[in-house]
Design a protein around this ligand. Sequence first.
Ligand code: FE
Ligand code: FE
Ligand code: ZN
Length: 278
Amino acid sequence: MLYIGCHLPSSKGYLAMGRHAVALGANTFAFFTRNPRGGSAKKINTSDVEAFLKLAESHNFGTLVAHAPYTMNLCSNNISIREFGRNMLADDMKRMEMTPGQYYNFHPGSHVGQGVDLGIEQIAETLNNVLTKEQSTTVLLEGMAGKGSEIGSKFEELKAILDKVELKEKMGVCLDTCHLWEAGYDIVNDLNGVLEEFDRIVGIKYLKAMHLNDSKNPIAAHKDRHELIGEGHIGKKALIKIINHPELRNLPFILETPNDDEGYANEIKLMQSNYTTW
Ligand code: FE
Ligand code: FE
Ligand code: ZN
């Protein structure tokens, strides 16, 4: 079964997101745990979560892929921004336990001139500070396009973070097709080669989710500009190959294309109708 969905607004709560997903033909989705640009989080309503979990079960939803706010930078050169990020992460880990066993994806961060090594050190230190043996959430490092001083556009950097995290069983990776492409990984002409490289450097077992996007830019542009499926430089054919690849086909796929609801519903339908089942 193909698990596919998109980013959904979270301001009306979990049941509203579940219904929204169903209306779009989605069976997983992503959502911001709080305002993506700010820091404040709304209190979670227990009966809303219970109603959502029931709906998710009856519609055979796959694992959800929550997204941390963009303001979270665990390796900022500014200590108060790092602490702000740490507190959001800790609070989000508590909130995520309301819906046990889901994924929580975050951008490793931008080192803002401090250097990659110190940045990696700071990211891992915060993860070691916050993650607990008891948590049921798996935290995913998102592979990045390599814009500015972003960490995580190279598999080696993702691996270096994972190496320093003690509770590795609570960690995974989310690869974004637009980011891979813009980071310089040729998923159009050499998908197998890219996945073999990921397996050799990071380990394929860490790959837990995918963001499915086309890209406005040619390979290795390092700009991070998502495009509608089939209208960018990656193209429909390559993205269809990705959802069907034996190492990827069971992962949740999240569309982050510049779309409205109708556009998302169409892209979901397009992918479902091109998913090979036997
Ligand atoms: Fe992201
Ligand atoms: Fe993404
Ligand atoms: Zn992006």
